[in-house]
Write a protein that binds this ligand. Structure first.
Ligand SMILES: Cc1cc2nc3c(=O)[nH]c(=O)nc-3n(C[C@H](O)[C@H](O)[C@H](O)COP(=O)(O)OP(=O)(O)OC[C@H]3O[C@@H](n4cnc5c(N)ncnc54)[C@H](O)[C@@H]3O)c2cc1C
Length: 384
């Protein structure tokens, strides 16, 4: 049986472990912290309709198609209340045409709703809302989605090792021949070998690639989020090109206002400030005025793994993803990186990475993740 070591226990690593296990590859996944410790565990939790990314129609379409697939393979993982894009100012209304054209080009179903009806359904909406579009957004608890991918991977033979950090690679004759791992629980080091190695470490992907002499161009781009008591049934988006504080998203009993965007150097150093929080509350209150009076329950931050060199906010950078064959790119064999994208598109990222990996392994094994249902998250703890 052919084997793979997947590095990174975020949504992308988990989806890759699931994809490869279904294709008959023996997977060992190594995560340096707890599962979903990185960006995936601190994401906003929006299963994107794609409408936010109409500037890049291919990404908008990708999000929408994955939204449909994820609902099908994990029906209990998502709250499917939908979303509103709400226009309040003249500027918002000017964006409506571009928004609608983009959604249409991407094949995303959008319906205009009369403001009075939207306010009846969402009584906390700003009464000055002038235009409302209903879109197929949904929300999720990120940890449950990651654990569901991993539960299914484990059932199909994968082994998952949290608190096991890759600290080095042995490269022999132009190929990775093993990884050096530090077990953070036993505090012991060991080596592990496989037929192929997958770098799925999100904002850390550039640092990990450096260890084997490869290059991944990724810029950690931080986003701050603020949670308050739940104030809407649906996802409330501002009818504007992506900007700070323009989504208020219901997340179980809470609402999460997000997010900011700023490129940083170190994915382990993620600053958040009082100004970030004030900005998010102010912007959120433009859509749902009662937010200005709500108690802040939590403030948290994580880093988007944006592909390429990003300066400034990174808002203009497309949410495309890259699958990198380091043999072709850097002359280092047996290692592939998969980086970028969105939580929403992780399954697709894994499918594309899996296609390349089985080709490298000389296997004829198509991806099955579009069809196979995911196990419930709690089975992660039950499958040995
Ligand atoms: C503020 C914010 C809000 C977002 N909201 C949404 C949203 O609502 N919807 C959406 O679709 N997307 C959203 N995204 C994007 C999405 O969260 C990310 O694209 C996605 O979670 C990245 O997953 P990943 O697996 O690539 O990275 P990560 O989740 O960061 O996983 C990488 C893992 O690799 C591990 N690792 C690093 N180095 C090593 C090593 N040496 N050895 C072993 N393990 C290692 C890390 O600990 C980490 O767990 C958001 C992003 C941000 C920042």
């Amino acid at each position: 049986m052919r084997s793979a070591i997947v590095i990174g226990g975020g949504v992308v690593g988990a989806a890759v472990a699931h994809d490869l296990s279904l294709r008959g590859v023996k997977v060992t996944l190594l995560e340096r912290d707890s599962i979903a410790y990185g960006t995936s565990g601190r994401t906003h939790g929006l299963l994107h309709s794609g409408c936010r990314y109409v500037k890049t129609p291919s990404v908008a379409r990708e999000c929408y198609m994955e939204n449909l697939i994820m609902r099908r393979i994990g029906p209990d993982l998502f709250e499917t209340n939908g979303g509103y894009f709400v226009g309040i100012t003249d500027e918002d209304l000017e964006y409506a045409e571009e928004f609608l054209n983009g959604c249409e080009a991407a094949g995303i179903p959008v319906r205009e709703v009369k403001p009075e009806l939207a306010i009846e359904r969402e009584p906390n909406l700003n009464p000055r809302v002038r235009k409302v579009f209903e879109v197929p957004d949904a929300t999720f608890d990120p940890l449950k989605v990651v654990l569901s991918f991993l539960a299914t991977a484990k059932k199909n033979g994968a082994e998952v090792r949290p608190f096991n950090e890759v600290i080095g690679f042995k490269v022999k004759d132009g190929e990775v021949s093993s990884v050096e791992v530090f077990d953070r629980i036993s505090e012991k080091r060991y080596r592990l070998s496989a037929d192929v190695y997958v770098n799925a470490t999100g904002p850390w992907a550039g640092l990990v690639a450096k260890m084997f002499g490869g290059r991944v161009s990724v810029t950690p781009t931080i986003g701050v989020m603020v949670s308050i008591r739940r104030v809407s049934t649906r996802v409330i988006n501002r009818l504007n090109p992506p900007s700070d504080g323009d989504i208020v998203l219901p997340q179980r009993r809470l609402s999460v206002i997000g997010t900011t965007s700023k490129a940083v150097r170190d994915p382990d150093l993620l600053p958040k400030s009082r100004e970030d929080v004030e900005l998010l509350l102010r912007r959120g209150a433009e859509m749902l005025p009662l937010i200005s009076r709500e108690e802040v329950k939590a403030v948290y931050v994580s880093a988007r793994p944006l592909v390429g060199e990003v300066k400034g906010s990174g808002r203009e950078v497309s949410r495309e993803f890259s699958v990198i064959d380091h043999e072709a790119a850097d002359g280092v064999g047996r290692v592939v990186s998969v980086v970028g994208g969105k939580f929403t598109t992780a399954r697709l990222m894994a499918e594309k990475a899996g296609d390349l990996i089985v080709k490298k392994l000389g296997m004829d094994a198509p991806s099955k993740t579009k069809e196979v249902g995911l196990l419930p998250h709690y089975e992660y703890f039950e499958v040995s």
